[in-house]
Design a protein. Structure first.
Length: 336
């Protein structure tokens, strides 16, 4: 693995699962935000979360060894690194949601040496069901709200880069396919005062997206949220531009429905990792692929050539391809 130069690096990574769990629990419990108010003793923190004091002490020491906490006369305090990289980077709610999702995915790695050769799903061998975030959000409005707000924060830099890149001349109506909060649409609306957008997603996600849009009075009247199933429902029509940003759905049938939704000469912009054939994806996407391969042994990350072929077969011509600084590849196509 890149970055591993010595046997000690291997040992560090091998033993990393419990420090990772310690970090995840700190994020879910809100430890870093609690300590941003000032140092607290082991006894205070143990009492607050009903943790056995000795266990709490070792937990805090593990976090200190990661340079996330500092020992001070008044107890444990937030390190500069944790303040800069955690507290000041994303909200507490976003970090809690990310840590929750990591914990839900973790069981697939349990006793992995015993199950790696399983011809089917490792989850089945464990007698467990892998998390399905679409189902969870459809069933739980609160979960949908947390998920949508998290991705809104994480994708704002990407949305701003996409908005700077796209030529919006002649574009009046945009459809944001599986757009969640509408983070990309909102960035486009800020660039173009005559533009309107519709975000299509599942109902609870749309409700959470509306809450975010309501915080921007100058834009909220120009963006709408329409609940539907993008895998099966016919899409609304009359759009000059359709965007699919990191939704992970690459099906010719969907692309053909997108084509029907576009006006003549309309454009379809698809954004995702999409590495060229034979090229390794970024490390985070490779980890995502490994998680999926434990559920489906035939899982494969879509290559740029595969997706562009589906787009061409659905009636689109490629007009722009761009690797984005915020991560991923942008394919801009025009309806043939």
């Amino acid at each position: 693995m890149a970055g591993m130069k010595e046997a000690q690096d291997v040992l560090t990574l091998l033993r990393a699962y419990l420090p990772s769990a310690a970090l995840g629990s700190a994020l879910e419990l809100g430890l870093f935000w609690r300590l941003s108010e000032g140092p607290l003793s082991v006894e205070d923190l143990a009492r607050e979360w009903s943790i056995p004091p000795r266990r709490c002490h070792i937990w805090l020491e593990v976090l200190a060894s990661l340079d996330l906490l500092e020992r001070r006369p008044g107890g444990y305090a937030l390190s500069d690194r944790a303040r800069r990289e955690i507290v000041e980077t994303y909200s507490r709610d976003a970090w809690e949601t990310l840590a929750l999702e990591a914990r839900e995915r973790y069981p697939a790695g349990q006793d992995l040496a015993l199950h790696l050769a399983t011809p089917g799903s490792v989850w089945d061998v464990l007698g467990r069901r892998p998390p399905n975030y679409v189902e969870q959000m459809a069933a739980d409005p609160g979960r949908a709200r947390r998920f949508v707000r998290m991705w809104h924060e994480l994708r704002e830099p990407l949305a701003e880069e996409v908005a700077d890149l796209l030529d919006l001349r002649g574009v009046d109506r945009v459809m944001d396919l599986g757009g969640g909060s509408g983070v990309v649409s909102l960035a486009l609306l800020r660039r173009c005062p005559t533009l309107s957008a519709i975000v299509v997603d599942i109902e609870n996600v749309c409700a959470a997206g509306r809450e975010i849009a309501e915080r921007t009075p100058l834009l909220r009247d120009r963006i709408a949220y329409q609940p539907l199933d993008i895998l099966h429902d016919e899409l609304p029509a009359g759009f000059d531009l359709v965007i699919e940003c990191k939704v992970g759905v690459y099906e010719q049938a969907l692309f053909e429905r997108v084509r029907r939704a576009l006006n003549e000469g309309g454009r379809f912009v698809l954004i995702d990792e999409l590495p060229p054939e034979g090229q390794d994806p970024p490390i985070d996407h490779l980890r995502y692929a490994f998680h999926n391969a434990l559920r489906d042994p035939d899982f494969a990350l879509p290559a740029r050539e595969q997706v562009s072929g589906l787009l061409e077969a659905a009636g689109f011509d490629l007009v722009l391809e761009q690797v984005l600084q915020a991560g991923g590849r942008l394919l801009e196509t025009r309806k043939r």
